[in-house]
Design a protein around this ligand. Sequence first.
Ligand SMILES: C[S@@+](CC[C@H](N)C(=O)[O-])C[C@H]1O[C@@H](n2cnc3c(N)ncnc32)[C@H](O)[C@@H]1O
Length: 266
Amino acid sequence: MNYRHAFHAGNHGDCLKHALLVALLDRLLRKDAPLAVVDLHAGRGRYDLGGPEASRTGEWRDGIGRLLDQPPAPLARYVGLVQALGLYPGSPALAQALLRPTDRLVLNEKQPEEFAALRAWAEGDARIVLRQGDAWALKGIVPPAGYRRGLVLFDPPYEAEGEHARLAAALREAHRLAPTFVLAAWYPVKHLAPVRALRDSLAGLPKLVDAALYLRPPLDPTRLNGSGLIVVNAPWGYAEEAQAIVEALRGRLADEAGAAVHLAAA
Ligand SMILES: C[S@@+](CC[C@H](N)C(=O)[O-])C[C@H]1O[C@@H](n2cnc3c(N)ncnc32)[C@H](O)[C@@H]1O
């Protein structure tokens, strides 16, 4: 477990994931019934883009750094939250900002230092339940007891061999355990073979919306050429909003020939 999200916070992958996550949560929060959000790979909650890790890679400059100035309308809500929250908000901080007093936020993180930082950040918020464990052990976490509506976010680091296959199996398991929950999984696009395999392996799950941005043709597997978010049980109207968000991201973030948006709804 060498992965540290602080090196990558605010990069183009985060922008796609977090803008779409905000869109999903806004839609779910239109109903009054309490909501549970389970963030299985939570990281440390929020990130200092002026800190040594983010400064070393500078990835955020070609991500959130390109969106802050007069963001296009589909990105305005996400960028507004980033600006309001100060340090770059990871998925836990975005969810925390949006959820209501009756909602629940379950944050799971395995890496000890990341978990310690997450715990220090989350302290004092009674809506948050922390868990230090393996995200793939879903039973007992999904669904949170007492909640029939909610969202589960899968955001693994894709360091290990076979992470795509593991993700596909976990999405099927989560859907079995919590059939009414929205499931969202971020995936990197390096080259297309693993992405195609992931998409194929999810066929048959209900209300699938897969939105991806390719910054360039995904041919060089040593580069992060783009990323996507696959959603199961996508809320009504989300596919159209996701399309607008990813198109807007392409307009700001992609400047190489062959950039493309992939949007598939089934
Ligand atoms: C991409 S980062 C998460 C970023 C976060 N979701 C966000 O958007 O702000 C992935 C996180 O998963 C953690 N992780 C890796 N393997 C894990 C596992 N098996 N179970 C739980 N967490 C894991 C890593 O330590 C890392 O903090």
